[in-house]
Design a protein around this ligand. Structure first.
Ligand code: SAM
Length: 279
């Protein structure tokens, strides 16, 4: 394990401050600072950016973000036991790190950040997915962030980047890829974490597009996609029959085959259908 700053190694930080990982908080820590710096680099050039980090824990990734030159880091951590360790990092990087002890699901970070903003997080997987959906569905587009670099369970990461025709393709893929470029940039084995989780993990990097890939009303698109994938084995004409009595005509007008199944339809097709419905 190497050091990227003059702070103590993370194992020592955890021992000094009594931050043994708690399952109830979804804590699986990254203790290798080479690895956390590598994850920070996946977020792109941080030098001119404010970074929102959610769930810093003992601060491994936080230290990676700061050593990679982030202009400022706002770190939101729910577990108050981590505060003294994070304060030490703050002292080592004067004026660069602000820590807030809060539940990220209940805090609006915007007041604390100045654009351009990048988001980086290694969160418990359920919180990560909930925040991802929120970040992908703001009232207005483009969103407050330029990019999201997030750790997920590998299976969820595969659903985010899935292409039509694959089993993993569904609502999450469409939600993500309609308005972002989404890529898996790293895969991590369980042993990378302390304690090791049961599953493999992957880092997904999403870059916000200036505007949606294809025009569509977000609420209509979301409704169509939810219905289509709710019964993903059915043909579109039956899966979507609750939407309109004229669903076959709408599908044909959108350039889709009524006998296709949801997982064969590219994002462009769902957007065309949403536009036909809005007519
Ligand atoms: N980022 C650290 C790392 O990579 O070692 C910690 C990762 S650990 C998987 C997840 C962290 O998120 C924990 O520190 C946990 O306390 C924190 N956390 C869990 N739920 C949270 C929430 N709702 N808001 C903010 N932090 C949360």
């Amino acid at each position: 394990m190497s050091t990227i700053d003059n702070l103590p190694p993370l194992r020592q930080v955890i021992e000094t401050h009594g931050i043994a990982a708690k399952k109830s908080m979804g804590q699986n820590f990254l203790l290798d600072l080479n690895l956390t710096a590598k994850i920070a680099r996946q977020a792109g050039d941080l030098t001119g950016c404010d970074v929102l980090e959610v769930g810093p824990g003992p601060g491994g990734l936080t230290r990676g973000l700061l050593s990679e030159g982030a202009r400022r880091v706002l770190a939101i951590e729910k577990d108050s036991r981590c505060m003294p360790a994070l304060e030490e990092i703050s002292a080592a990087y004067p004026g660069k790190l602000q820590v807030i002890n809060a539940d990220a699901l209940n805090l609006d970070p915007l007041a604390y950040l100045t654009p351009p903003i990048r988001v980086v997080a290694n969160l418990p997987y359920n919180v990560g997915t909930e925040l991802l959906v929120r970040w992908l569905t703001p009232a207005d587009w483009p969103p407050f962030w330029q990019s999201l670099t997030l750790m997920f369970q590998k299976e969820v990461a595969e659903r985010i980047v899935a292409r039509p025709g694959s089993k993993a393709y569904g609502r999450l893929a469409i939600l993500a890829q309609w308005r972002t470029d989404a890529r898996i940039v790293m895969e991590l084995p369980p042993e990378a974490f302390t304690p090791p989780p049961k599953i493999k993990s992957a880092v997904v990097h999403l870059t916000a597009l200036p505007q949606p890939r294809y025009p569509a009303d977000p609420a209509t698109l979301s409704r169509v996609v939810a219905m289509a994938f709710n019964q993903r084995r059915k043909m579109l004409r039956s899966a979507l029959k609750g939407i309109s009595p004229d669903i076959e005509e709408l599908l044909i007008a959108a350039g889709l085959k009524p006998t296709d199944r949801a997982e064969q339809v590219p994002i462009e097709g769902f957007c065309a259908l949403a536009r036909e419905m809005a007519r």
